[in-house]
Design a protein around this ligand. Sequence first.
Ligand SMILES: C[S@@+](CC[C@H](N)C(=O)[O-])C[C@H]1O[C@@H](n2cnc3c(N)ncnc32)[C@H](O)[C@@H]1O
Length: 198
Amino acid sequence: MEAPDALLERWLGDVVATPGLTALRDPAEARRVLLDDALRGVPLVTAVEGPVVDVGSGGGTPGIPLAASLPEREVTLLEAERRKCRFLERWTYELPNLRVLWGRAEEQPLEQYGVAVAKALAEPVVAAEWCLPLVGLGGRVVLWVGPSAEPDRVARAAERVGGDIVESPTGFLVLAKNGPTPAGFPRRPGIAKKRPLA
Ligand SMILES: C[S@@+](CC[C@H](N)C(=O)[O-])C[C@H]1O[C@@H](n2cnc3c(N)ncnc32)[C@H](O)[C@@H]1O
């Protein structure tokens, strides 16, 4: 079987070469953003048990690097655009622990996963609202965030959906699911962006 590093090299090349998956064209920059940055999440995912969902996976990051690095964990790539799902489905033939789900976060069954990860899905307040209902009690949400993220605002939003912020390395906000998903969540598609929780 092909080594995980070699598979990830092929995946990275395909993401950059396939129109509509990433705006990154410089190979070094693409590697840094799509692959190396995704792999920084491995210890945050292994800290919690259970299946993993990558929400808004796009061309497959961070889910494909995580699935290749953690073959014992089931990783689902949840993506709203059918065209992107067709690209992602090709990689399920190569990674037996990988699944692809075409759909929106707000329309999924509640609390099916141990960990939800999201990178560049939406602004962090919205990503927190979409991701927390997907994980069960004791689960975690791992958000890749930039320097403009507002942890206090995200904490206020997370509280409304049964979560709170725990210690997070630079570049991440990690949320713990410490209560059930309250009635009324997830809200209908479009509402989280129109009326953010905080
Ligand atoms: C900016 S892209 C980021 C893709 C990838 N995570 C990355 O870092 O390159 C955001 C992706 O999230 C998907 N998306 C947006 N809202 C979503 C939702 N509510 N549920 C599932 N996917 C969603 C979009 O279709 C898009 O592919």
